[in-house]
Design a protein around this ligand. Structure first.
Ligand SMILES: [Zn+2]
Length: 222
């Protein structure tokens, strides 16, 4: 009698608490599965890729996070450095008879006074040719008593060169010239510098302003 009563009590207990018992079993089972998964995961992690693997989709899905692309070897807005412009010496001899002097005064034997000098005067043998210092287009040819024949070559990007005191230009306006192309024989057409003899008055301008020819020109003896 007593045993039967106990069995019934146990049955009643299970009946009453079956829900909790099943839950406990389930929790134990899940715990066991997690343990197994962790142990196995440590062994062969190759089969279980980490969630933060380098998937392109992961990059944009991180809110507010730093965007780090895995293969970030593409250059970031780096424009290739432009090749520095190097002028050809505009008269083969390269003999400077009056230097560029915009910050100081040089004696003008023609005008009998100290003046700034906006270019370099190159002397040369009679009939020596002035040549283009750099590739460009002949943008202007002018004549006036003070500067004589002046050929202007436009090199683009606001850079131009002026060749003054020419005897007579051998190019025409609009002509495309490359560096070393002949522009005209040096002369004494610039009465403002006529006491200097046959020479080229060479001037460099950037956006219309006189700049030092030495920004672009290197002379062997300087
Ligand atoms: Zn000059």
């Amino acid at each position: 009698m007593k045993g039967k009563a106990n069995t019934q009590k146990v049955k009643a207990f299970f009946k009453k608490n079956i829900y909790y018992i099943v839950m406990v079993v389930c929790i134990l089972a899940i715990a066991a599965m997690i343990t197994v998964a962790v142990v196995l995961g440590g062994k062969d992690s190759v089969e279980a890729p980490a969630p933060d693997a380098n998937l392109p989709g992961d990059v944009t899905e991180q809110p507010g996070g730093n965007v780090n692309t895995p293969d970030d070897d593409t250059p970031v807005d780096t424009e290739p450095e432009p090749e520095p412009i190097v002028f050809t010496i505009p008269v083969a001899s390269g003999t400077v008879i009056k230097d560029y002097a915009m910050d100081s005064l040089v004696w003008s034997s023609t005008l009998k006074q100290y003046r700034v000098h906006s270019g370099i005067d190159f002397a040369g043998a009679e009939g020596a040719m002035a040549v283009a210092a750099y590739d460009g287009v002949v943008s202007d040819i002018t004549y006036d008593a003070l500067n004589g024949y002046v050929v202007t070559v436009d090199h683009g990007d606001g850079l131009s060169t002026l060749y003054g005191s020419l005897d007579e230009p051998v190019v025409s306006k609009g002509q495309v010239v490359s560096a070393s192309a002949q522009l005209g024989a040096i002369g004494v057409s610039a009465t403002g510098e006529m006491a200097d003899g046959d020479h080229l008055h060479f001037e460099v301008r950037l956006n219309g302003e006189v700049v030092s020819p030495y920004d672009y020109l290197t002379l062997g003896d300087k």
